[in-house]
Design a protein around this ligand. Structure first.
Ligand code: NAD
Ligand code: ZN
Length: 371
């Protein structure tokens, strides 16, 4: 293959080490945690990073298998992770543990799972989060870590990255490495019952969008394609069902999220994610709602998927923010352009190396104005 910016050099794909799936599978978490304590030291500590939503559910927290001396830290999900924020959490944890923990449990959505992945990397590699934003910069394996997703769609439970914004440069980039992949995972659809409907839809659509973008791109992989096709199938079953949040649908979406994460580990996204990243970086919108707003304005590039997405939105009676780019200054539009075109890999995957011939500044601004 000729040298292309799409050539990642990743020839061998690493998956999550093991998992349990199904209603009630959270009951296995204490066994996973205890097995790690036995492997490390009987008195080894465990770190739990938990989405702040669950402060409202003390009964659930009692089921995670924590003991006196373990560190339970709630992750603020108001904003998506930044390098400074990750460094602050890591330093706090360093002060609360002796040596390294037996395992780190990431219990929550993409923000919490990405935080767990980043902290696990930093505890063994040292330095700050910004040092490892990029591809294969980590030198040694991370602390053992377990994913427990409580909302489905991003696929963070499966991927080899943890997304964060660089506090200084504004660059949104993860620590892409095999060391970032979780060692174990618990997929319990009972955990997603409390997710607000709009959020459930936006995050779930991330799995759909990852995979329709991957399937429309030029950088392909036979296994990735198979994961993507099944992810899209499952998302259709969920979002065309009468109740997208039935127990069956929640389990299907949990599986779609995981498979979508596996798919994206071997491929690239396309045009939607760069526009979405622009909305996140310049306007502070969260990833999944930003994706939906972007796809809604990108019918030119994904006509069939756009139509399907609109049908799913109305079937589930979900509303989408509108007018998010109204009344911006010329300088803000220019920042949106810059924050979009910086994503050369996915744009090349979707449109070819000459993507700027298609995506001129004027056209990009016109698309943002439609959001
Ligand atoms: P999130 O972590 O942003 O959480 C969204 C909201 O849902 C929060 O308010 C949270 O409190 C709430 N929530 C979570 N579980 C809940 C539950 N069971 N009941 C009620 N409320 C609940 O969720 P997300 O959309 O999964 O994650 C977005 C993040 O994922 C972004 O930071 C994005 O960059 C990242 N991401 C990572 C990858 C990756 O491969 N690592 C891929 C895509 C996106
Ligand atoms: Zn995404």
């Amino acid at each position: 293959m000729s040298a292309s910016i799409l050539d990642t050099g990743v020839k061998v794909v690493r998956n999550v080490g093991g998992f349990t799936v199904g209603r009630g599978s959270l009951s296995h978490l204490p066994q996973f945690v205890d097995a790690r304590r036995r492997a490390v030291a009987p008195d080894a500590q465990v770190v739990y990073l938990v989405d702040t939503f669950f402060t409202s559910q003390p009964d659930l927290l009692a089921r995670l298998g924590s003991r006196a001396g373990d560190v339970v830290q709630f992750v603020d999900v108001t904003d998506e992770p930044t390098t400074d924020g990750i460094d602050a959490i890591t330093n706090e944890i360093r002060h609360q543990i002796r040596g390294l923990p037996a395992t780190i449990v990431g219990f929550g959505g993409g923000i919490t799972m990405d935080t767990a992945k980043a902290v696990a990397n930093l505890l063994t590699n040292g330095g700050g989060a910004a040092d490892y934003q990029g591809w294969d910069l980590l030198q040694v394996p991370a602390v053992h870590k377990i994913a427990v997703p409580t909302i489905s769609g991003t696929g963070s439970e499966a991927t080899r990255t943890c997304v964060m914004t660089n506090t200084k440069s504004g660059l949104k980039l993860g620590m892409n490495s095999d060391f970032t992949v979780f060692d174990q995972m618990v997929l319990d659809p009972d955990l997603t019952a409390t997710v607000p409907r709009n959020q459930y839809f936006y995050t779930g659509m991330d799995a759909y969008i990852h995979c329709v973008e991957a399937l429309a791109g030029s950088y392909r992989n036979a296994v990735g394609d198979a994961y993507s096709r099944e992810t899209v199938n499952l998302c259709r079953q969920v979002f065309f069902a009468d109740d997208m949040m039935s127990v069956e649908a929640r389990e299907q979406l949990m599986v779609a999220s995981y498979l979508g994460g596996c798919a994206i580990a071997t491929s690239y996204v396309g045009v939607v994610h760069p526009f979405s990243a622009g909305l996140s970086v310049v306007l502070g919108l969260h990833h999944c709602v930003a994706n939906c707003i972007a796809l809604n304005a990108l019918a030119d590039f994904y006509p069939a998927e756009h139509a399907e997405f609109r049908t799913m939105l109305s079937k589930q009676k979900v509303s989408l923010p509108t007018g998010v780019c109204a009344d911006l200054t010329a300088e803000q539009y220019q920042r949106l352009v810059a924050a979009t075109v910086v994503h050369a890999k996915p744009l090349t995957n979707a449109l070819g190396e000459n993507f700027r011939a298609v995506l001129t500044d004027d056209r990009i601004i016109d698309i943002f104005r439609r959001m």
